[in-house]
Design a protein around this ligand. Structure first.
Ligand code: ADP
Ligand code: MG
Length: 460
């Protein structure tokens, strides 16, 4: 048997006992280059593989070699092949692409999972059990738990607000899931505000508003996510108000979530609706601290039934600070890497895996004019083309002035370039807008608050 034949036979055995990924990663570029006096040299493409084979596969290799050669092996040396090492580098790059692809697949699977809902619109994975409580969300959590324990009695409506990806949907759905666990006969309905709007528009179109009312006014627990989308929707807003009142009067539990507090709805929706939002309990969710982020990652690992080293989790949690959805995305990417490479990851590897993540909080400089325009338009429930368009309607011109003011204050734009960005306006228009908003900021507390919320969103 030549060395080559011997090694091929060994590989044949190993292929049966190892996972495919593991086998390809660690053995595809190895060869047996010496077998003398019961001593063996195995040539490997790089130091990485060398260390790994020595540490993890040595015993298996030894046993298999002895079996096939029917000899006692005294020593196995793993030697790095320098020529192949250079080639290996380029292969590693190919491998990275494969890993990226796999990470995308994991993410897609997760997204599909997120869409799994039962007939109440609830995803069973969002429960109190899987919700990690920390400083930023403890009040919201306690209020949600109280609502789930005594629906319709304690806090009605419960209004939960907070930034993107901080757990509003999770908490809102946890209420619904918990109520159903306790009592399957409760009519729980979870819906996003956008679904409500579409449903209503369709009902009107198909002249079926009665059926619509029958459904919505006959629930025990009404959970409406992302209620800010009601801004600018006149007719649906009206219908929502009546639905709200009908349920509220019968002590049915209502939970609303939003990316801004009720106060920030003032002037954007009808006053009577606004005061309804405020009449129960208002709870905010703010950014979780490092400890909470680590705890969340630990919970997610348990859910996914995978083990990730705590050091690695700390590394992820330190990098991704602004959004728990992104935090989970980063974790998925790391897990995919770990599974495909079939090795525990080091901190450095994690760093390079997450290098594409925009992790640190945004600074003034890193925000673009487009982002600013988008944020403000979104805040006021209007479109970008409306805000840069010609109309002088107050509901459009006011946000437009806010944008000009913020471009000046936050991005240090000149007046002419502000005018240019905002639909090719004259620089005097920009000057006028900035000084007007400046004046109003001094005396208008509501505007000051709005400005704070807008900035928070811009920089988070
Ligand atoms: P929002 O609705 O505020 O944009 P989500 O509720 O969709 O955010 O949360 C985004 C992701 O982060 C979800 O996968 C959710 O499970 C997770 N998440 C958010 N907060 C927590 C938490 N406190 N504990 C565990 N997971 C959380
Ligand atoms: Mg949400």
């Amino acid at each position: 048997m030549t060395n080559h034949e011997l090694w091929q036979a060994v590989l044949g055995e190993l292929e049966l006992v190892l996972s495919k990924a593991s086998f390809v990663t660690w053995f595809s570029q190895t060869s047996l280059t010496m077998f003398e006096n019961n001593r063996v040299v195995i040539t490997v493409p790089n130091t990485f593989v060398k260390a790994w084979l020595e540490k993890k596969h040595h015993t298996t290799i030894l046993k298999t070699l002895q079996n096939i050669s029917s000899q006692i092996i005294k020593e196995i040396a793993y030697k790095v092949d320098d020529v192949r090492f250079a080639e290996g580098l380029s292969q590693q790059r190919t491998q990275t692409v494969v890993i990226e692809k796999a990470a995308e697949q994991v993410a897609a699977q997760n997204q599909a999972m997120e869409k799994v809902t039962n007939k109440f619109g609830l995803n069973p994975k969002y429960t109190f059990k899987t919700f990690v409580v920390g400083k930023g969300n403890e009040f919201a959590h306690a209020a949600a738990q109280a609502v789930a324990d005594h629906p319709g009695k304690k806090y009605n409506p419960l209004f939960i607000y907070g930034g993107v990806g901080l757990g509003k949907t999770h908490l809102t759905q946890a209420i619904g899931n918990e109520i159903l666990i306790k009592n399957q006969n409760k009519k729980v309905l979870y819906i996003t505000c956008e679904q409500f709007i579409n449903d209503f528009i369709n009902a009107v179109r198909s002249k079926d508003v009665k059926k619509f009312k029958d459904v919505y006014r006959n629930v025990d627990v009404f959970l409406v996510d992302d209620i800010q989308f009601i801004i600018g929707k006149q007719e649906t807003g009206e219908e929502f108000f009546h639905t709200f009142n009908a349920l509220f009067q019968e002590d049915k539990q209502i939970v609303l979530s939003s990316d801004r507090p009720p106060r920030a709805f003032q002037g954007l929706i009808e006053d009577r609706m606004c005061s309804r939002f405020e009449c129960g309990v208002i709870a905010d969710i703010s950014l979780p601290g490092l400890e909470t982020r680590i705890a969340i990652l630990e919970t997610k690992c348990k859910e996914k039934q995978v083990f990730v080293d705590r050091e690695v989790l700390i590394e992820i949690a330190s990098k991704v600070q602004n959004n728990i959805r992104e935090l989970e995305g980063a974790l998925n990417k790391v897990i995919a890497n770990q599974q495909i490479r079939n090795i525990p990851l080091t901190k450095d590897m994690v760093r390079s895996i997450l290098s594409g993540y925009n992790t640190a909080p945004a600074t003034r400089r890193s925000v673009t004019a487009t982002q600013l325009i988008e944020t403000v338009a979104n805040y006021y429930g209007i479109t970008i083309s409306q805000v840069v368009g010609k109309s002088r309607e107050q509901r459009l011109s006011f946000p437009r002035q806010i944008i000009m003011y913020l471009m000046r204050e936050e991005l240090d734009y000149s007046y002419p370039s502000i005018g240019k960005e905002i639909g090719g306006r004259d620089h005097t228009t920009a000057m006028h807008a900035c000084s007007k908003i400046n004046r109003e900021m001094e005396s208008d507390a509501k505007l000051q608050q709005d400005m704070d919320y807008i900035k928070q969103r811009l920089y988070n």
